[in-house]
Ligand binder design. Structure first.
Ligand code: PLP
Ligand code: MN
Length: 377
């Protein structure tokens, strides 16, 4: 057994290892749950007659993006040019950067990338359109450009209504740019706890989209796509009749925060399963009711709260850089035990890791790189 056959250095596991042998802390995937989530969202989109363009900022993985596309997704979303570059290099053929890009070098990179894949980007002012037009003219490529509308997030985007009209006209007038439609996403609406709150928030979002569509229609401009929606609200956008494409991301993995969303019946029952965990190792058990694991702030972000233990009766009670303190009232844990933790928020947690360890039936089936880890530029 040579050094290359053992975990360590860069690798948290080897194919064929059991879950109990995976080197902790590690980012692990339940492949059955992941496949079920991808198939379920694809089926939901199909049944609503809406295209699915999953957000890859969540998983940053070319392997998972290609699984989503194989299941029927029209392409993927990215948030950053470098994220898109990494995924296109790995074989993804259709990317929407659901974001504004305003930097000369980034624009040149984006325009070049459009020579290698079908690429779209968002814009929210006239200067942005002019910069995109100049970049594609220089590169000799074509870009699809969506006008972002601020539908309630108070982040990027033009005001709902007529403000989108001159931008769409400028895009239509620019050689090398095509008008891709509207980007209309409201992140805060996803995490409202009751379905009634999410329905009401999404109704307000849809109203703002309709107002914008009416202004574009009055100006004689056809809108080929309205893109938005996330894991918390997609059924409402999907049923609205105005959205043509959904950008859900977290559904593939889920996290503890999404686990607290309630369905229309007030139950905790999300149709999506937890597919991503941080696998921790128990490293200390010195007193009754208490244990310590090796997964802390460096392997999970906690802005959406502490991780939730997947093991019944064990509570993740506190985090420091390299440790997690566990309440273990039944004293079920032993040093060396593995413990699956459901992180509070999937997206930023993934970005802390180099590898996914894919497990099926308790055995490591694959090791996938977090392809676009650190690609924030
Ligand atoms: N679209 C955009 C523009 C986003 O910023 C996000 C996430 O923040 C999503 C889609 C995906 O949302 P979710 O992970 O809640 O499904
Ligand atoms: Mn998120």
């Amino acid at each position: 057994k040579g050094a290359q056959m053992e975990p360590g250095y860069d690798l948290p596991a080897m194919i064929g290892m059991t879950e109990a042998e995976v080197q902790t802390p590690a980012l692990i995937l339940d492949l059955d749950a992941l496949e079920a989530n991808i198939a379920l969202m694809a089926a939901e989109a199909r049944s609503m007659g809406v295209a699915l363009r999953p957000h890859a900022k969540m998983h940053k993985s070319a392997d998972i993006a290609l699984m989503q596309i194989a299941a029927g997704a029209v392409g993927i979303c990215c948030q950053k040019v470098s994220e898109a570059e990494a995924l296109v290099r790995a074989g993804v053929g259709d990317v929407l950067i659901s974001n504004e890009v305003r930097d000369g070098v980034k624009l040149a990179r984006l325009a070049r990338l459009a020579g290698r894949a079908r690429v779209a980007v968002c814009v929210d002012d006239a200067g942005g359109v002019a910069e995109l037009a100049a970049a594609v003219a220089e590169a000799g490529t074509e870009l699809r450009v969506l006008v972002e509308v601020d539908v309630g997030a108070a982040r990027c985007g033009v005001a709902p209504g007529g403000a989108a009209v001159p931008l769409a006209q400028a895009i239509l007038a620019a050689p090398g740019l095509s008008f891709g439609g509207l980007q209309a996403y409201h992140g805060g609406a996803q995490h409202l706890r009751s379905d009634a709150e999410r329905a009401a928030a999404t109704a307000a979002v849809v109203g703002k989209v309709r107002e914008t569509l009416a202004a574009l229609k009055a100006a004689g401009i056809a809108v080929p796509c309205v893109s938005g929606a996330g894991t918390g609200s997609f059924r409402h956008e999907g049923a609205s009749g105005v959205y043509t494409e959904m950008q859900c991301g977290s559904y593939a993995f889920m996290d503890a925060d999404y686990g607290r969303n309630l369905d229309a019946g007030g139950a905790m029952a999300s149709p999506f399963r937890n597919a991503m965990f941080v696998l921790a190792g128990v490293m200390s058990k010195t007193k009754p009711g208490h244990a310590v694991c090796d997964a802390g702030l460096k392997v999970m972000t906690m802005e959406s709260g502490l991780p939730v233990s997947a093991r019944e009766g064990v509570v993740y009670a506190g985090a420091s850089d390299e440790h997690g303190t566990l309440a273990d009232p039944g004293d079920v844990l032993r040093p060396g035990d593995r413990l699956r933790l459901i992180p509070g928020h999937c997206d930023p947690t993934v970005n802390l890791h180099d590898w996914y360890v894919g497990l099926r039936g308790g055995v490591v089936e694959c090791l996938w790189p977090v392809t676009a880890r650190g690609k924030h530029f």
